[in-house]
Design a protein around this ligand. Structure first.
Ligand code: CU
Length: 157
């Protein structure tokens, strides 16, 4: 995988429209235009740790151009990093691709977000606000519900 220098690490994001659940960026809808992203299935299992938590979500791209998730920020945490899991071991990556007409899935056991230096411990029932920063689509704000520590999402298939 190509590695990119992190961008927007200190990005002061303009206010983005916050919606509960799915968030859709405006796009041409033709399927051949630029990246057209939506976020679904976001959740954070209530962490056992006072200092660290994981987060999962799916980013769907209905556009005809790829995008890249380049960084993540949240008021909850001093640092949010993107990790991939390779042969059972996780490692930080600088970016992850969101393919054209495809999906980037962050799920338990695979790619995930790592919230570190937590400013408080998130508890089940609350929502954590985070901002996903993309190379092409700018900033997407996500409300991530905190679920039970053992929550497993239904796949819906
Ligand atoms: Cu990790």
């Amino acid at each position: 995988m190509k590695r990119f220098a992190p961008r927007y690490k200190r990005f002061a994001a303009p206010a983005a429209a916050a919606l509960t659940g799915a968030l859709v960026l405006a796009g041409c809808g033709s399927g051949s235009g630029p990246a057209e992203l939506s976020v679904s299935a976001a959740y954070m299992p209530q962490p056992f740790s006072d200092s660290m938590a994981a987060g999962f979500l799916t980013i769907t791209n209905q556009g005809g151009a790829k995008d890249e998730l380049t960084s993540v920020t949240s008021d909850l945490a001093g640092s949010v990093t993107v990790h991939e899991t390779v042969s059972g071991a996780m490692q930080e990556v600088d970016s992850l691709d969101v393919p054209a007409h495809g999906r980037l899935v962050l799920a338990s056991g695979g790619n995930h977000l790592m919230f570190e230096k937590l400013k408080r411990k998130p508890t089940q029932g609350e929502k954590v606000t985070l901002k996903l920063h993309f190379a092409e689509s700018g900033t997407v704000e996500v409300e991530m519900p905190v679920e039970s520590a053992t929550y497993t999402p239904k796949t819906g298939h």
